[in-house]
Design a protein around this ligand. Sequence first.
Ligand code: AHR
Length: 348
Amino acid sequence: MKKFLKLIPLLLLIPTVLAGCGSSIPSENSEEIMQDSKADDAITVGFSQLGAESDWRSANTDSMLKAFGEGSGYNLIYKNGQQKQANQITAIRMFIQQEVDYIVLAPSTEDGWETVLSEAREADIPVILVDRRVNTADKNLYSCWVGSDFELEGKKMAAWIKAYTEGVGIAPEDIHIVNIQGNIGSTAQIGRTRGLANAARDNGWDLMAEVSGDFTENRGREVMAALLKRFDNINVVYCENDNMAIGAIDAIESAGRKVGSDIGNGEIMVVSFDGVNETALEYASQGKISCIAECNPLHGPRVRGLIEMLQRGEIPEKFNYVDEKLFSSVPGVDAIVVDGKTYKVERK
Ligand code: AHR
């Protein structure tokens, strides 16, 4: 816990940092932050965030910085991986070198973590995963994980699409869907893609294409523009996050098409995930986004709770899921059932 003192000379070398130069308030846009609590017995947390691709990610970083930043009683070393796993691996090695008390990792993708997490274990530093997961044969390479059930989110969305289209009398074979996916190999992409692909197969929908838009608005726009040139019968766009949905809507409207749930009359229905971005929420209330499956980014206090449990010598649950809702302003579906459980559809 006094280990953080070893870092202080490094502060002078750090190129980045606090938003608005001179401000002591860390920002989620910072590349690197070192927050010294000044207390001798403070716990030092090294947090490797994967990047800043979406509004969800910014809200998540903000939540983590509030939980572990100034005034929290913790020392924090925060590193933004800028969407590159190699940067995250380097950050973890730096945390190990600095002998932090805990490593918190929001991994970009699932594969490729064995070596560096083994190094953390050899150094006896507990690792907590947040948001996405890692795919390691040895689950003891990390203490626990907290985040969303991404496949359940996908299943809920598919159940809503099914209930809505059945309600308005669209035959399964007349549902022509494209999936604009998140970054390939991330838990959020894998789960949401699987949720849709299984439902398409089971219901006989025409899933025409799955293309990654990397969870960003710009890529969502580009991918949608290309899909509209490739297919003239798209009537449902499943966007694996709100930022890509905003880009996709822009592309659809720029192509002279109308966005909405009246797919029997030529509208293109857009559905998405997150429920964080203001524009997306506005679009949901206007019916431009027909349904949003919530993905909750506020993991800071949850990770803090897990660290507090570990500090008390307790063993937290290995996998800690967050409860999430489904939002739609389109009338007709009040609730959906997934795996025998009923979920209310919240009005936006
Ligand atoms: O892993 C969570 C996902 O990552 C969010 O849905 C997306 O917006 C983000 O970038």
